[in-house]
Write a protein that binds this ligand. Structure first.
Ligand SMILES: Nc1nc2c(c(=O)[nH]1)N[C@H]1C(S)=C(S)[C@@H](COP(=O)(O)O)O[C@H]1N2
Ligand SMILES: [Mo]
Length: 520
């Protein structure tokens, strides 16, 4: 091919599939490069994760509530996959718009980098160094795009000249090189960030033996054999709700908790300061405000830690203080009422363990808060590193800013676990079982109503303490056909669950749970 035959830039158009491929491969290279650089700084600086985290923070509350409800713990996977699909589509279009000149495509790839950079910049837990990751994405993305665009086969190369085949071959080779390189970069990023994870630090903590142990759980505290959950939730089964796309990795030696603001004396505690105190153990049922009627964002653990009131006492809370504005290592915040935190009868804790093991990483290792009786978003900051004692006016926590209530006591609720909705059971004697909770008040009574009959009481499990759930069961006689059963609980203040349905926003769902089953 003579120089005269070489198409001038802009003169010859790329085939659309090759053009699209340029965009997609450049995106891949950009993401992988960003991921690798981020692995040396903080994996949250990876533009992909940063954009995902940004999306979580910007999502309207109703949509987020829907995602948590619909996809549960998979909500994050759904988000990341959705983002991948959108990004690939945009990159492909960017490539196709560049069939003639690479300018538009390069600009769009650069824009990706800028969006990533903005997302990293906005994260409260990242320093300016973290911007190197999106910068690497931007530079490599644009460079790869320009390179691939240059070597991509042109449409109007003279047929039979042979250069078309050669060009296609070099393009394919280049493309394959980018795929392999991106895989290597991305994989290396994963490996390197893996070495920074906190698993080894957690293992080094070992078993946590409390000085004050929780009373043993009586055998009749659950009816697991009859279809309720087990009284203590095994750690891997404990519900998980948080905004973190990648679980924060905090090693004990890097952790500290600062208590400041409206206090007599500011305090900072290291992990060993906490670990070496006499530890207490408390059985507490936690619930998420996003729990729908009948939902399963409710779990119980033997939390091990120290009294939050002790720490606050050492700092000396000044009069007029209203909330503990608690910040996690990833910047998430919650506002816990000072009154609840200081109430010894409630027993709020700085917890470092669950069921005598160090907190699992996804439940807040090395340390979190647990405040019995309040929904998690106002009471249970995981990976907590900072407590500012302040007023409600001075600070607004993450979910408060997004439309949820300032005060969020857990509502009295009950649930039918057996039979599950639309299960088929033999007609005759049918066993019903489930749970009820009203943390800090305690459950007084649970009743069921079958096919619009009268409310009838059921058998309650042994009471463990007022801050935990109670299990119930009963047996009814039913004829063949479809039946509907409702459940309602009454707490120890005398309040009986309302049948008025309310959604989870702004302070917890209400209504009676029901199960419709078929007897045959
Ligand atoms: N750092 C951090 N802590 C957090 C959250 C969060 O998003 N980030 N979510 C809160 C919410 S809404 C609930 S219900 C509980 C859930 O705790 P778990 O995941 O251990 O069950 O954690 C709370 N603590
Ligand atoms: Mo929650």
């Amino acid at each position: 091919m003579t120089t005269a035959e070489v198409p001038e830039a802009g003169a010859a158009r790329l085939r659309l599939p090759s053009a699209a491929l340029c965009g997609v491969l450049a995106l891949l290279a950009a993401l992988a490069a960003g991921h690798l650089v981020a692995s040396f700084i903080s994996i949250n600086a990876s533009p992909y994760l940063a954009v995902g985290n940004g999306a979580i923070d910007l999502t309207p509350v109703q949509l987020k509530d829907f995602a948590v409800r619909t996809f549960g713990t998979h909500d994050k996977l759904v988000l990341l996959s959705g983002m991948a699909v959108v990004m690939v589509a945009v990159a492909a279009v960017a490539g196709m718009l560049s069939a003639r000149s690479p300018v538009i495509g390069a600009a769009i790839i650069a824009l990706f980098g800028l969006v990533g950079g903005f997302a990293v910049y906005e994260r409260p837990d990242l320093s300016a160094v973290a911007l190197l990751a999106p910068l690497a994405s931007l530079v490599l993305g644009v460079a790869i795009f320009l390179l691939l665009h240059r070597i991509a086969p042109r449409k109007d190369i003279v047929a039979g000249s042979g250069s078309s085949g050669a060009s296609r071959r070099s393009f394919l080779l280049g493309g394959a090189g980018v795929v392999v390189g991106a895989g290597a970069f991305g994989g290396a990023g994963q490996l390197i960030s893996g070495t920074r994870d906190a698993t080894a630090s957690r293992e080094a903590v070992g078993k946590l033996v409390p000085a004050t142990i929780a009373p043993a759980i009586p055998a009749d505290a659950d009816f697991a054999k009859l279809g309720t959950p087990r009284f203590l939730t095994p750690n891997p089964d404990f519900y998980r709700v948080d905004t973190a796309l990648s679980v924060p990795q905090v090693r004990t030696e890097d952790w500290s908790l600062r208590i400041h603001g409206m206090v007599e004396k500011e305090r900072t505690y290291s992990y060993s300061d906490i670990r070496n105190r006499p530890l207490v153990e408390r059985t507490i049922t936690m619930t998420c405000v996003s729990n729908e009627v009948g939902g399963d964002y409710v779990s119980t653990s033997n939390f091990v830690g120290i009294d939050l009131a002790d720490l606050l006492g050492e700092a000396g809370v000044r009069p007029g203080a209203e909330q503990l504005f608690c910040t996690s290592v990833d910047g998430w915040t919650s506002g816990t009422p000072v009154e609840a935190a200081l109430d010894r009868s409630r027993g709020a804790m700085l917890a470092i363990g669950m069921n005598r093991e160090p907190l699992p990483l996804e439940h807040g290792f090395p340390a979190r808060l647990v405040t019995p009786g309040l929904y998690g978003y106002v009471s249970a900051t995981k990976w907590v590193v900072d407590i500012e004692v302040t007023t409600w006016r001075a600070r607004q926590a993450y979910w408060l800013k997004r439309g949820w209530s300032e005060q969020a006591p857990i509502k009295t609720e009950s649930r039918i676990d057996t039979p599950k909705g639309f299960a088929t059971v033999p007609a005759g004697a049918v066993r019903l079982a489930g749970i009820a909770w009203s943390q800090h008040n305690g459950i007084e009574k649970v009743e069921i109503r079958v096919d619009n009959g009268d409310w009838q009481p059921v058998t309650l499990s042994a009471e463990v303490n007022l801050n935990t759930w109670r299990m119930w069961w009963t047996q009814i006689a039913v004829k063949p056909g479809t039946h509907q059963v409702f459940v309602r609980a009454t707490d120890k203040t005398g309040y009986t669950q309302t049948d008025q349905r309310a959604g989870t926003v702004p302070n917890g769902a209400t209504g009676w749970h029901s199960s419709t089953f078929i007897a045959s």
